[in-house]
Design a protein around this ligand. Structure first.
Ligand SMILES: [Zn+2]
Length: 80
């Protein structure tokens, strides 16, 4: 573990790393666009542990783990 990863790791012991294409708006569950402030807070699936991670603001640099459940957005055409 490098020094910087030690600094960034939270209580889970690893850095919250979002899985690509797992970004969803916390309010509503629609796919989130990280470039748009109105889509925040954004939640995603942690690639390391499968837990839920969150960005509160567009200006927040690091994801953090949160004790809520996230799911990947349903793929287009899947109405269930
Ligand atoms: Zn994790």
């Amino acid at each position: 573990m490098t020094y910087i990863s030690y600094i960034l790791a939270d209580a889970t012991g690893h850095i919250a790393t979002p899985e690509p294409a797992s970004y969803t708006m916390e309010n509503g569950g629609a796919p989130a666009r990280l470039l748009y402030a109105e889509d925040y807070p954004v939640i995603a699936v942690c690639k390391v542990c499968g837990g839920t991670i969150k960005l509160d603001h567009k200006t927040q640099m690091e994801w953090r783990h949160v004790p809520i459940k996230a799911a990947r957005p349903a793929p287009p055409g899947d109405d269930k």
